[in-house]
Design a protein around this ligand. Structure first.
Ligand code: NAG
Ligand code: NAG
Ligand code: NAG
Length: 971
């Protein structure tokens, strides 16, 4: 019943509350008002759940509600921090006896729809820290006769502060801070004689501070901070005799300070920073005896600091920084016995570093950027042990201090920041620095310190920033630096530090910035540095470091400028491959009896030697022993009974040196053909017959065999058995490869698996491989230009398809490009690296990518991720090989010619046409051959990201082909 009534009333009262009241006099106005208020806002935290509309009175247990015990009417409503949102409705105006309304820290929005004419008893209104917005209606304050305190701070109110404020004659506290109020101050403000607190800070107010300020004779505190006020401070301020706190900072006030201010004898805080005040600091400042905080920084004050400063015995915080003050610090200030913070940085003060400073027991001493002279020694000597311990911040940087850093600096045991940079300090860094257990920032840069960094630095375990750059420090980086476990930033740049970078540097887990540039560091970088996961910058440029950059983490993306000028450093960022797995510096051993590539010895600059080519051959040989096993297992499937013995015998019937008998562990193999049943008619014989060997690649030998239907297949026996993954992984990967079907790719038709032996069954391609066609003159026939171009384009399309399926070939080379009966290319052996347990760069580059000359440079750099761009490199080499008919690396009498380097050279000399295969001379269109060679060179860019992707390559090739389309070069 009541519920319905409230509902009806809720709507009615929006229009005429008094009418409602007369209509149902029995209903408690307060319950009605509060229920309506609650209905109009959101209360996501359910804070107002105790407000029960069926209660007769809100006075007993409604949260936030307080009543006058005599009248039983609501006097206080305090809902601070209740998380309320929504708009303030008109419900509250029912609370006619309300004296205090406080809704601090909620999310209320909209404008304030209250009216002092109804809330005529309201004394305290605090709406601070909400999201109220909009201008305040001009007659909002018209009937605020009872108001004592109003705060609208930290909302989004805008517009002018209404003139009607003058009606609040009893107002004592006004806080409109942190809004967007603009325009001039209302003149009525100065008639509020009872005002004690005026806070208009952080608004957009402008104009001059009115002269009428002297009307506010009861003012205790005024803050106009961070507005756009201009002009000078009015003389009248001196009549506000009770002022304790004056904050006019962050405005555009100018002129000198009015001398009337000296009457403000009760003033504790005078805060005027960031204005345009000018003139000398007045002597009368000494009359403001109560001053505890004097902040005059960022103004244009000039002249000397007055002697009268010594009278300010209550002074705790003095900030004169960023002015134009000259002369020396007055000796009288040694009387400021309560001083804790002294900041006179960025002035032009001269004289000695005042010796009385430390005697006072200051916590913060900031003298940076002046012209002070003298030595740290005498500065410290004048202090007492007790006062030394109190200093927390000591910044004397950018002065003219000289002499050595005294060992007594270790007595400043409470220091957190010590900055003596940019002076003329000499000598060494005292070991006592290690006694500064709370020191977080130590900056001694740009002095003339020499000798080595003391081991004791490791005892300063709170150090976060250590900056010693631009001195003449020598010796090693002490490994104890790793004990500074809080270290975030370390700069030792521009010194003469030698030795190697200690491994312990990887210990401070939060290290972000390291600068060792311009020193004489040697040795290799500790691999452990990759453990520094927060590293943002690691500058070791201009040293003599060598070896490989650490691989992984930050070092994969280190900027080249951070590592430059270390002649022996290698890795992708320095654009220099590491010699350990570098394919290029290969020389033919002229003393070798056999000049096939198998006996090439690689000459390495330095570092660990990888498997030699001859040991690779040995591995290959050992692996082929398993051929016997293949024979047996494949055979077992079909011809289970009698032939197995003879099969093994047949295998190596050609007088091979493989004399071991085949192992028999492969009996329980699994054969899978992707398209139906296997049907090996001649099975064993064909497989085992050495005459049917088609070739050998990095992954194993390939044999031809025939299915029952007469169709040939090629069987590849993997020689990387020991490296192959689990059966499950192997089968998954192989099945994936089996799904790749494309006209320019050799199809994988099936596989055979035992733990020790794996076979891959491929489509048989009849025309032999490209290597033979190019370099062994297949039947005396030379490939014509058009045939070569077709092969290039076909291979590009095949490769592009692979990449589209996210398969990297890893092993592209001319012997892996098969030519079918119609002369079209088919790429073989793709993706086999995926059968290995992991894409180990070492295995890839040393065992599989044994195709020298095709291997992309990033294989040599562990810091670069291997992407499909390594195939683009191999393709580029292949293109050049096809066009020139030369091997990627040719071994001459006593010289090694790397194909792409040679062509690059010819291109620069303008003789690139001469590079085209001699057998084609006069029979190729230069307008195709030259762009094709250029494309090949682009594909062989050293930096992977500079290479195009294969889809682009296909497009480019088709564009190159266009002009001479159809013009058959059959001659
Ligand atoms: C209040 O507003 C603030 C800022 O928009 C928001 O982060 C907070 O979650 C809001 N609180 C409630 C209770 O809605
Ligand atoms: C004004 O209100 C803000 C926000 O509540 C507060 O931080 C500030 O101290 C108040 N100003 C004065 C002078 O009390
Ligand atoms: C080849 O043999 C000669 C004479 O024994 C020797 O001086 C030379 O260093 C050898 N060269 C290489 C590359 O091993």
């Amino acid at each position: 019943m009541r519920r319905i009534l409230v509902c009806v009333l809720f709507f009615i009262c929006l229009f005429s509350p008094s009418w409602v009241k007369s209509l149902s006099p029995s209903l408690n106005d307060d319950v009605l008002g509060l229920v309506v208020f609650k209905a109009e806002i959101q209360d996501p935290e359910g804070k107002l759940s105790s407000w029960n509309e069926d209660d007769d009175s809100p006075c007993n247990n409604w949260v936030g509600v307080k009543c006058n015990p005599r009248s039983n009417r609501v006097s206080d409503l305090v809902l601070d921090g209740f998380g309320l949102s929504g708009k303030l409705g008109r419900g509250l105006i029912q609370l006619q006896f309300l004296q205090k309304l406080s809704l601090v820290r909620n999310n209320l929005t909209g404008s304030i729809s209250l009216s002092f004419s109804q809330l005529s008893n309201l004394r305290v209104l605090d709406l601070s820290e909400n999201s109220f917005s909009g201008p305040i209606e001009s007659d909002f304050f018209r009937q605020c006769g009872s108001l004592r305190s109003i705060s609208l701070a930290k909302n989004k109110f805008s517009g002018q502060i209404p003139e009607s404020l003058g009606s609040c004659s009893t107002l004592a506290s006004l806080n409109f801070s942190g809004n967007e109020f603009s325009g001039l101050l209302p003149s009525a403000l100065w008639s509020l004689q009872g005002l004690r607190l005026l806070d208009l800070s952080d608004n957009l107010l402008e104009g001059e501070i009115p002269k009428g300020i002297d009307g506010l004779s009861n003012l205790r505190g005024i803050s106009l901070r961070n507005n756009h006020f201009t002009g000078g401070v009015p003389d009248g301020i001196g009549d506000c005799l009770y002022l304790r706190s004056v904050d006019l900072s962050e405005n555009s006030l100018s002129e000198g300070l009015p001398s009337t201010m000296q009457k403000l004898a009760l003033c504790n805080d005078l805060v005027l920073y960031k204005n345009g005040f000018t003139g000398e600091l007045p002597e009368w400042i000494g009359e403001m005896r109560s001053l505890e905080t004097l902040e005059l920084s960022e103004n244009n004050f000039s002249g000397q600091i007055p002697d009268a400063m010594g009278k300010l015995q209550s002074l705790k915080v003095l900030n004169f920084s960023k002015n134009g003050l000259t002369g020396s610090m007055p000796e009288s200030m040694s009387n400021c016995l309560n001083l804790l913070v002294l900041d006179v940085s960025h002035n032009s003060l001269t004289g000695n570093l005042p010796s009385w400073i430390l005697k006072l027991g200051l916590q913060q001493v900031l003298f940076s950027d002046n012209r002070l002279s003298g030595s740290m020694g005498s500065f410290l000597a004048s202090s007492t042990e007790n006062s030394r311990r109190k200093v927390v911040i000591l910044d004397v940087s950018q002065n003219k201090l000289s002499g050595e850093i005294p060992s007594a600096v270790g007595d400043l045991s409470g220091l957190q920041l010590l900055n003596m940079s940019r002076n003329s300090l000499v000598g060494s860094l005292p070991a006592s620095i290690g006694q500064l257990k709370t020191l977080e920032i130590l900056d001694l840069s740009e002095n003339q310190l020499h000798d080595s960094i003391p081991l004791d630095i490791g005892s300063a375990t709170s150090l976060k920033e250590l900056t010693l750059e631009k001195n003449s420090l020598r010796g090693n980086i002490p490994s104890s630096i790793g004990n500074c476990s809080s270290l975030i930033s370390l700069s030792l740049a521009h010194n003469e530090i030698s030795g190697s970078i200690p491994t312990s540097l990887s210990k401070p887990a939060n290290l972000q910035i390291v600068d060792f540039s311009f020193n004489q560091l040697t040795g290799t970088l500790p691999k452990q540095l990759v453990n520094l996961v927060h590293l943002q910058s690691f500058n070791i440029s201009h040293n003599q470091l060598n070896g490989e950059l650490p691989a992984g983490g930050f070092f994969n993306t280190i900027a080249p400028s951070s590592v430059s000028d270390n002649p022996s450093l290698c890795g992708a960022p320095v654009n220099r491959s590491c010699p350990t797995v570098l394919p290029k510096p290969i020389v033919l051993n002229p003393n070798s009896t056999d000049a096939t590539p198998g006996t090439i010895s690689q000459s390495f600059h330095r570092g660990k030697k990888i498997l030699s080519i001859s040991s690779l051959i040995a591995i290959g040989a050992a692996a082929s022993i398993f051929i016997g096993v293949i024979a047996i297992t494949v055979l077992n499937l079909r011809v289970r009974a009698s032939t197995s013995h003879s099969a093994a015998a047949l295998t190596f019937s050609g007088g091979d040196d493989f004399s071991q008998s085949p192992t028999t562990d492969g009996n329980s193999g699994k054969l899978v053909m992707f398209s139906g049943e296997p049907d090996f008619s001649t099975g064993a014989h064909a497989l085992l017959n050495k005459d049917c060997e088609l070739g050998r690649g990095g992954f194993g030998a390939v044999y031809r065999t025939m299915l029952k239907d007469g169709r040939s297949v090629a069987i590849k026996k993997l020689t990387v058995s020991s490296l192959v993954k689990s059966q499950e992984d192997f089968e998954r990967e192989v099945k994936n490869l089996g799904k790749v079907r494309h006209g320019y790719l050799v199809a994988l038709e099936g596989y055979y698996w035992t733990p020790s032996l794996q076979l891959l069954i491929y489509e048989f391609v009849s025309g032999g491989d490209l290597y033979k066609h190019l370099h062994e003159g297949s039947g005396g026939k030379t490939l014509h230009w058009n045939e070569r171009f077709n092969i290039i384009l076909g291979a590009a399309k095949g490769l592009a398809h692979l990449h589209q399926m996210n398969i990297i070939h890893y092993n592209l080379k001319s012997s892996n490009i098969l030519i079918d009966s119609s002369g079209e290319p088919k790429i073989a052996d793709y993706g086999l690296a995926r059968l290995l347990p992991m894409l180990d760069r070492y295995v890839l580059s040393s065992k599989i990518q044994s195709a020298l000359g095709y291997m992309a440079p990033e294989f040599a750099c562990r810091t670069v991720k291997i992407t499909e761009k390594c195939d683009v490199y191999g393709f580029g080499v292949l293109v050049l090989e096809i066009v020139t008919g030369k091997r990627p690396v040719e071994y001459m009498e006593d010289d090694v010619v790397v194909l792409c380097d040679m062509i690059r050279g010819s291109l620069e000399d303008g003789k690139v046409e001469d590079c085209v295969d001699d057998r084609l001379q006069g029979k190729f269109p230069a307008e195709e051959a030259i762009p094709v060679m250029k494309l090949g060179l682009i594909c062989t860019s050293q930096v992977p990201s500079n290479r195009p992707d294969m889809a682009e390559v296909v497009n480019i090739l088709e564009l190159i082909r266009c002009p001479s389309e159809g013009q058959d070069e059959s001659g």
